[in-house]
Design a protein around this ligand. Structure first.
Ligand code: FAD
Ligand code: 2HG
Ligand code: ZN
Length: 466
């Protein structure tokens, strides 16, 4: 068995010399997160090619008490996928495990390895005449393993649910190097505890997901997308309720954006343009779909927007007339994170609030922040349909200096309004301490007991979540 001195050489024997990166130039992209907020160091970056190799690497790490940081596309927004500064850990990158093992169109499922890039799965499902509906702005680089481990949300949750809702089975390498073959394609299976849910949203702290059975859906034959100007979040909420009850399952996503978000995108992202003649304070992006090609979705949407104008919920709207226009409207929404990154450091809050209380939350929290920080820029946007706001705060030229005071104000309001401090990005290292202030001692104790039971030596992504 391995010793600390022989570990890296032993791992090279398992995965091959070229699949172990140790030079600073090779490891650098794996050691800093997307936001460039966290940089760690590691013994090595290890890139196994299959599940057996993952299991053998984990056994060597257990024998040498070496922490393991699983990594997919490294797009985590909470520092979940990078190691700490001790240099003791290995980064275990799943990016060579990128095969779609099979697609079963009669069962409407795909068996997919953890390192498959989300966009590649979407394309493969499309070629098989099916839809894999998870969609987020990082889809060109994030991986299925990362999506599962963070229970990613994204823009289609209203219609298709979070990643957790899209999973039927998992294959996992446990913290002691055993393989759990849980790749079930069953839609009903009540044989005791549903183990897959332990690993979904666990951010790599309970084991390594190596493959999954994912649900596929009919490809929509019709899409209708509109960008709607509204006066305030309260108007947006009324519009959401109208659209939910008019379209039910046909409502795929409903996104809210404050003016400042659109301005950031127009300023930083080439080839984007303002679709309205006036500058509106708030905009709502709506997507509908239907599996019938003859569904007059655009007409229905226009009629419903007409009624929204009549009742004063909406003040202006553009309905996309082509696929290119659909993409241009979505670009205004999806590029907000990148535009904000180019603008400078910001204090992110990925929060959930009961949908009915979102307008009051925004009003109260905005006022409290402006009171303390008159120059603060409130970049508020997100998945209004799911009650998930990205309530990001920027202070010109101050970077993250006041992050703690800002967090205090925002998270106090989140608590007052019965919300959650993490809606879809997870806890990672960014919110690990904060979590203990918002979850009950009973909940924290149960999380720690589960962690202790599965990973008694705390080798799986230590310093994250619990
Ligand atoms: P990584 O960042 O590599 O890892 C994320 C976490 O999962 C880490 O804790 C890591 O240790 C763990 N992990 C990764 N792979 C495995 C595995 N195989 N087994 C066990 N643990 C593993 N998120 C949303 O939910 N909705 C959005 O709309 C959204 N939009 C985004 C837009 C941009 C521009 C960016 C940069 C990020 C966005 N995110 C969003 C956050 C991020 O993309 C998601 O959390 C994504 O699911 C992470 O996937 P990844 O492969 O990059 O995972
Ligand atoms: C989104 O919805 C992502 O675009 C990223 O979750 C949010 O940048 C952010 O804060
Ligand atoms: Zn989001």
């Amino acid at each position: 068995m391995s010793t600390a001195a022989t570990l890296v050489d032993d791992i090279k024997k398992i995965v091959g010399v070229h699949a172990v990166l140790t030079t600073p130039a090779d490891t650098a992209p794996y050691l800093t997160d997307w936001r460039r907020s966290y940089t760690g160091t590691a013994l090595a970056v290890v890139r196994p090619a299959n599940t057996n190799e993952v299991a053998e690497v984990v056994k060597r790490c257990v024998a040498t008490n070496t922490p393991i940081v699983p990594q997919g596309g490294n797009t985590s927004m909470v520092g979940g996928s990078v190691p700490d500064a001790t240099g003791r850990a290995i980064v275990l990158s799943l990016n060579r495990m990128n095969h779609i093992r099979s697609i079963d169109t009669d069962n409407d499922t795909a068996i997919v390895e953890a390192g498959v890039i989300l966009q590649n799965l979407q394309a493969a499902a499309g070629q098989a005449g099916r839809l894999f509906p998870l969609s987020l702005a990082a889809e060109g680089s994030c991986t299925i393993g990362g999506n599962l481990s963070t229970n990613a949300g994204g823009t289609n949750v209203l219609r298709y649910g979070n990643t957790r809702d899209l999973v039927l089975g998992l294959e996992v390498v446990t913290p002691n190097g055993e393989i759990w073959h849980g790749l079930s394609g069953l839609r009903k299976d009540n044989t005791g505890y549903d183990l897959k849910h332990w690993f979904i949203g666990a951010e790599g702290t309970l084991g390594i997901i190596t493959a999954a059975v994912l649900k596929l859906f009919p490809i929509p034959q019709k899409r209708a997308v509109a960008l709607v100007a509204v006066e305030s979040p309260a108007h947006a909420l009324k519009l959401l309720n109208r659209m939910k009850y008019a379209f039910a399952d046909r409502l795929v996503g409903l996104e809210l954006m404050a003016r400042v978000c659109v301005d950031l995108v127009l300023r930083h992202i080439p080839n984007t343009r303002e679709p309205f003649t006036e500058h509106h304070a708030w905009q709502v992006l709506i997507e509908l779909n239907d599996s019938r090609a003859d569904a007059p979705l655009g007409d229905w949407l226009e009629a419903e927007l007409g009624a929204a104008f009549e009742s004063g919920e909406a003040t202006d709207a553009v309905i996309a007339a082509s696929e290119a226009q659909i993409n241009a409207l979505w670009q205004l929404r999806e590029e907000i994170s990148e535009a904000q990154r180019l603008e400078g450091k910001n204090v992110k809050h990925d929060i959930s609030i009961p949908i009915s209380r979102i307008p009051a939350f925004i009003e109260k929290c905005d006022a409290a922040l402006m009171n303390t920080f008159p120059n603060i820029s409130l970049v508020c946007f997100g998945h209004l349909g799911d009650g998930n706001l990205h309530y990001n705060c920027g202070l010109p030229s101050q970077g993250l200096a006041n992050a703690e005071a800002i967090n205090q104000i925002v998270y106090d309001h989140v608590d007052q309004f019965g919300g959650s401090i993490s809606a879809e990005h997870g806890i990672g290292q960014l919110k690990r301490i904060e979590l203990t202030h918002h979850k009950s001692p009973v909940a924290i104790a149960m999380m720690r007991q589960l962690k202790q039971a599965l990973d008694p030596y705390n080798l799986m992504n230590p310093g994250k979540v619990v």
